[in-house]
Design a protein around this ligand. Structure first.
Ligand code: BDP
Length: 685
C-alpha cells in the first residue's frame, strides 16, 4: 500500500452484519432539487457514490425522487424542497455548515445530508463517508456542524520550476519545468483530500515570487491556472496566488513599484481585471513584502498599509482579498548590534498601522514571533490590532520540526496556540476566538498554513506526516476537537480499525511533539539548527548571523533576555497579565524560560531541576523515547501492510540517528561550556 489514498481509502468493509445494515440505507441517493450536471453538489453526489461503492460494494441509484423505504438525501437547505420541512428549523448554521440527520416517517426512513450551501452539502457527504468508514451507527444521526472559521486555507510554497521551498515530500504537484501541470489527476485528488477536511482556499505558489512566477497573473499563464481553479471550484475551494510586490518593474515595464504612483496602481487594476476574466471566483493575492530580501513599499518610503491598500483597491471590485504577511524583520542586521531583536519586529512594524488597512486586507501572522520553532510564545501581534483583519499562519510542513523524517504531530502545538488567552479584551480573548472574528469584529479572518505535500506517492514523505495535514483541516473546522480525537479519527481511516495498530499510532503521535522538543533545542530557546537547511543540530550556526537569532550561550549561562528592565523589552508587547508573567523570572513558564530570560546553568526550574540537568536529561529521554516507539512500531509487523510498515520503520531509524546526534552534540557542548557534570555521569567530555 503506497498511501496515496491517504484517509480517503474507503476499504471494502469486512463486517458482514454492518455491511448489510449500511446496504439498507445506501441503495438510493436522492437529490430532491434535481440531479445536478455540474457544480459542488454534483461532486458531493459523486463522492458519496464512489465511497459507498468502494466500501459496501453496491452503487447507489442517483435520483431526484425517492422510491425506496430507506435512502440518503443530499440537498441544499432553504431550496424549497420537502427536505426543508423534514429537517425542521436549523439554528446557527453558517453558510458552509450542514446537518446530518436520520428522519423516521411512518412509511420511510432516510438520512439527510444537507448544507446551507452546496459546499455545506459536500462537507456533509464527506462526514457521512467518514462515519461509514469508521463503522458508526447511522440510524439515529442528529448532527449540526458549522465551521469555526470562514477562511480555512493552505499556502503552497511551490515554485514554477517544480521545486518546493521547504518541501519534504518530492516536487510540486502544480508545476514542472516552468509550466503549470494542468492535466494532472493528482490536482483533483488533492482537492478531494482538502475538501474532505473542509479546506476552502489554497494559494498555489510560493510567497517568494521569482520572475517566472510573476507571470502567473498574466495571460501567459492564466489559462493554465484557470484550469486548476476549475478543479478546485468543483470541490468548493477558491484559488489564491502569491504575487510579486515589484511586478510593475519585473514584468510591467515600469521603473517603480511605489504604491502611491498612479501608473503602478493602474497596472495592478489591470492585472486584477485580467485574473478575474479567467477565474471569476478567484480568491485574492498573498503577499510577502519587505521580507527576507523581497521587494516592498519600504523602498519608496511608504508603509505596509500603503502597499496592501493599493492591491486591495485593485481587487475590491471583484470581491477579492489581500493576504498581507507580517513576517517582516531585518535579515541584514549586524550581529554585534545586540540591541535589535527579531522577535519584536512584526509588532513594531504593524501595530502602529492599526486602522489604516482596507476592509479587504487581512494581515497574515505566523503563530510565533520568530519562525515555526518547536516552541515559541504566541505572536503578541495577534489580536493587538482591533481595527485590522487578521488571520493565523501555521506551518504544516515540518521545516524546524523534523522535516517529515522525524515524527512530530503538530496538532497539540496548534491547540496550545489557539487556546492561548491574549487578554486583549479581557479574559477569554483567546487566539481561537480572535481568528474567528469574535473578539474584534473583523470582516475577514481565519487560519492558514504552509502545506506539507509534494508529488511523493504518499503525499507527505513520511506516512505519519499525513496526520498533520488531516489534523490541520479538522482542527480549524472545529478547534474544540482534542488532539486525541483527531489522531484517532485519522489513524482509523488511514490504517484501519485494529486496536493494537490504533493504540501504537495514536499514542506515538500524541507524544511526538514533546519527544522532538526533548532532543532538540531546550526551554524555548530555539534555532540550534543547521543554518539554511534547518534539520539536525548546529548550536552556534545562527549565533553570529545577520539573520538575528541568538541564544547567547557562554560559560556562565544561556537564553535571550527579552525583559523590560535589562533586555530587549519584547515581553512588554503582550497584554497583562501575560507581559508580567513572561517578564518575571519566577513566573515565566519553564518551557519558554530561555526565550525570555538569560539565566545561569544552575538556575532552578519549576520542575526542581537545574537548567543544565534539564538539558542533559531531556536529551537522554528523547533518544530513549524514540527507541521505545521503534520497538512498539516493530510489534505491528503483519498488522500494517508491508509497504507502509517498512517505510515507517525506515524513517524511524533515521529519526533515531537524528535524535542521537542532537543528544550527543547538545550535551557535550553544554558540558564543555558550563563545566558542570551530569548528575548521572552519562555525559562525557
Ligand atoms: C521561513 C523559511 C523560508 C520562508 C520564510 C517565509 O525558512 O524559506 O520563505 O519562512 O515564511 O520559515 O517567508
Amino acid at each position: 500500500d503506497n498511501g496515496y489514498a491517504a484517509w480517503l481509502r474507503y476499504d471494502q468493509m469486512t463486517d458482514e452484519k454492518l455491511t448489510d445494515e449500511y446496504k439498507g440505507w445506501t441503495g438510493e441517493l436522492v437529490l430532491p432539487s434535481g440531479v445536478p450536471v455540474e457544480g459542488v453538489l454534483k461532486t458531493a453526489a459523486q463522492e458519496l457514490s464512489r465511497g459507498i461503492r468502494s466500501m459496501i460494494g453496491t452503487t447507489p441509484t442517483v435520483t431526484h425522487e425517492a422510491s425506496q423505504q430507506r435512502f440518503i438525501v443530499l440537498d441544499v437547505l432553504g431550496g424549497g424542497t420537502w427536505v426543508d420541512q423534514a429537517s425542521g428549523i436549523v439554528p446557527a448554521l453558517s453558510d458552509e455548515g450542514y446537518i446530518l440527520k436520520t428522519i423516521h416517517e411512518a412509511d420511510r426512513e432516510y438520512i439527510v445530508a444537507a448544507g446551507r450551501t452546496e459546499k455545506g452539502a459536500l462537507y456533509a457527504a464527506f462526514h457521512l463517508l467518514r462515519l461509514l468508514q469508521s463503522g458508526a451507527a447511522i440510524g439515529q444521526l442528529n448532527l449540526i456542524e458549522s465551521p469555526k472559521y470562514s477562511l480555512r486555507m493552505i499556502n503552497h510554497w511551490d515554485n514554477i520550476d517544480g521545486s518546493v521551498e521547504r518541501g519534504y515530500s518530492g516536487r510540486s504537484i502544480f508545476y514542472e519545468g516552468n509550466k503549470v501541470l494542468t492535466g494532472s489527476d493528482r490536482i483533483r485528488d488533492y482537492a478531494r483530500l482538502m475538501a474532505s477536511v473542509g479546506i476552502n482556499g489554497i494559494a498555489i505558489n510560493n510567497v517568494n515570487v521569482h520572475r517566472e512566477e510573476t507571470f502567473l497573473i498574466t495571460e501567459k499563464l492564466l489559462p493554465d491556472v484557470a484550469r486548476i481553479a476549475e478543479v478546485f471550484g468543483e470541490y468548493g475551494i477558491k484559488l489564491f496566488l502569491s504575487v510579486n510586490y515589484a511586478g510593475t518593474i519585473e514584468i510591467g515595464g515600469l521603473t517603480t513599484a511605489d504604491p502611491l504612483d498612479p501608473n503602478v496602481r493602474a497596472w495592478w487594476k489591470e492585472k486584477a481585471a485580467e485574473v478575474y476574466r479567467y477565474i471569476p471566483d478567484f480568491g485574492g493575492f498573498l503577499v510577502k513584502a519587505d521580507s527576507e530580501n523581497r521587494p516592498g513599499p519600504f523602498t519608496y518610503g511608504r508603509d505596509h498599509a500603503d502597499g496592501a491598500n493599493m492591491l486591495a483597491e485593485a481587487l475590491e471590485p471583484y470581491g477579492g482579498i489581500v493576504l498581507w504577511r507580517c513576517f517582516v524583520y531585518n535579515c541584514h542586521q549586524d550581529w554585534r548590534d545586540r540591541s535589535t531583536d527579531r522577535a519584536r519586529a512584526a509588532y513594531d512594524h504593524f501595530k502602529p498601522l492599526d486602522g489604516r488597512f482596507e476592509d479587504n486586507v487581512i494581515l497574515q501572522i505566523k503563530n510565533g514571533p520568530m519562525d515555526f520553532q518547536v516552541r515559541e510564545p504566541v505572536s503578541p501581534l495577534f489580536g493587538a490590532m482591533e481595527h485590522t483583519n487578521q488571520m493565523m499562519e501555521f506551518q504544516i510542513a515540518q521545516e524546524y520540526t523534523g522535516q517529515q523524517k522525524d515524527v512530530c504531530f503538530l496538532i497539540p502545538q496548534w491547540k496550545e496556540v489557539l487556546n492561548f488567552d491574549t487578554y486583549v479584551k479581557g479574559a477569554g480573548s483567546t487566539v481561537k476566538e480572535i481568528a474567528a472574528g469574535r473578539v474584534h469584529a473583523y470582516t475577514h479572518s481565519g487560519i492558514t498554513a504552509v502545506s506539507n505535500i509534494g508529488n511523493d506517492e504518499n503525499w507527505t514523505g513520511h506516512h505519519l506526516a499525513q496526520a498533520n495535514l488531516y489534523g490541520y483541516g479538522r482542527l480549524i473546522w472545529n478547534p474544540e476537537l482534542t488532539s486525541e480525537e483527531i489522531a484517532k479519527e485519522w489513524a482509523a481511516q488511514t490504517f484501519g480499525g485494529n486496536e493494537k495498530v490504533q493504540d501504537v499510532i495514536v499514542n506515538f503521535l500524541l507524544e511526538s511533539w514533546s519527544i522532538y522538543e526533548n532532543y532538540t533545542a531546550p526551554l524555548g530557546v530555539g534555532w540550534m539548527v543547521t543554518p539554511h537547511y534547518h534539520y539536525g543540530p548546529d548550536i552556534d550556526g545562527y549565533e553570529y548571523s545577520k539573520w538575528g537569532t541568538y541564544h547567547f550561550a557562554d560559560h556562565k549561562g544561556i537564553g535571550v533576555d527579552r525583559t523590560v528592565a535589562t533586555g530587549t523589552g519584547y515581553s512588554s508587547q503582550y497584554t497583562q497579565p501575560n507581559a508580567e508573567i513572561y517578564d518575571s523570572l519566577e513566573a515565566c513558564p519553564d518551557e519558554l524560560l530561555l526565550f525570555f530570560h538569560h539565566v545561569p546553568y544552575t538556575h532552578q526550574l519549576k520542575s526542581g531541576k537545574t537548567v543544565i540537568q534539564h538539558i542533559y536529561d531531556t536529551h537522554f529521554a528523547g533518544v530513549e523515547q524514540v527507541e521505545y516507539w521503534i520497538s512498539r512500531w516493530l510489534e505491528l509487523e503483519g498488522l500494517v501492510d508491508e509497504e507502509r510498515f517498512r517505510h515507517v520503520a525506515g524513517r524511524m531509524n533515521r529519526q533515531l540517528e537524528n535524535a542521537k546526534q542532537w543528544r550527543d552534540i547538545m550535551n557535550t557542548y553544554f558540558f564543555r561550556k558550563s563545566g558542570i557534570p551530569d548528575a548521572h555521569n552519562r555525559v562525557i567530555y
